[in-house]
Design a protein around this ligand. Sequence first.
Ligand code: ZN
Length: 145
Amino acid sequence: MSDAGLLLPEFDEETAPFWEAAARGELVVQRCDACGRLRFPPRPVCPWCQSFKFSWPAMSGRASVWSFVVPHPPLLPAYGDVAPYNVIVVALEEDPTIRMVGNLVVSEGAPINSVDPATIEIGESVRVVFERVADDVVLPRWVRA
Ligand SMILES: [Zn+2]
């Protein structure tokens, strides 16, 4: 948890390349070097061909809203203070079965309650932006494309 009371990701050997890329402003996903399929979240073995070989290609950052929710209190204080906000699930353009959870914001650096949740539409196009939320944590977030 950050000083501001935000829940932060825990890095480990498998997920570190994702977070290191986010800190550089890149969205990366694991790709199996044997069968070529993308996979997310990161894991050591391909679920389709069981290969241990993989790489981390950069994605375009283009995606569409696959689903979303609007959290309301009771929430942790840091989140309750900004509720209602949105939590979206996006499907990546490169492979719509690759889905990530994030927030839709009006612009890079805008707060997570900057988009009226009533205006969010399933299927709308978004693109990734990055926001540093702690010294060592940069989160991918999403803006309308
Ligand atoms: Zn594979």
